[in-house]
Design a protein. Sequence first.
Length: 195
Amino acid sequence: MPAAAGEETPRRRPKRRAPKKKRSVFALVGQAAAVVSLVSGVAGLVFLFRPGCQPQAPVDRGKAAITDVHVERGVKFGQFLERLNLSSGTLSAAYLARSGVLVQFHFAVTGFKGKALPLESQLIDDGTHDLVGGTQRGISITVQTNEEERDWFVWAPVPRTRHTYHLVVTLYQPDGRIPLRAFPTEPFRGLASPS
């Protein structure tokens, strides 16, 4: 109904909106922490009951190259230790006086920083193709940088015969099971004294 002249029309009051609640920063942080805790708890349970789902460390990817292989016959074990600047410790004089061959080689390794790469050598009789004296584990090469190259030595006892032999040297990945690089030496004569 229209208002009569001179009468005031009632004014509508604007609706008041409820004041916005201010969210506390601490409340938001607490909620985020609860979500993170829930997710990490679920992930922990998954990894506990399904270990195969757990993230694995990246596989070492490395390579090695071997060059400049030289064989020196008649080298005593004590001389081998001297060339590597290693102490003979409590080894007997007879043990240090054993004669064999010293194989010097140059290696270039990429990867494996800070890890020990085991060495193995096998003496092979060229006439029979038999392994002589079993497999020898050498002193491991510990790689200091991701790209390293230097000279190294392997020593092996050799029988006092006139047979011809060669040595197969294998450099392994740090786990000692997977060969990284293997190389044969040139043939050489046993250590029989000339007649």
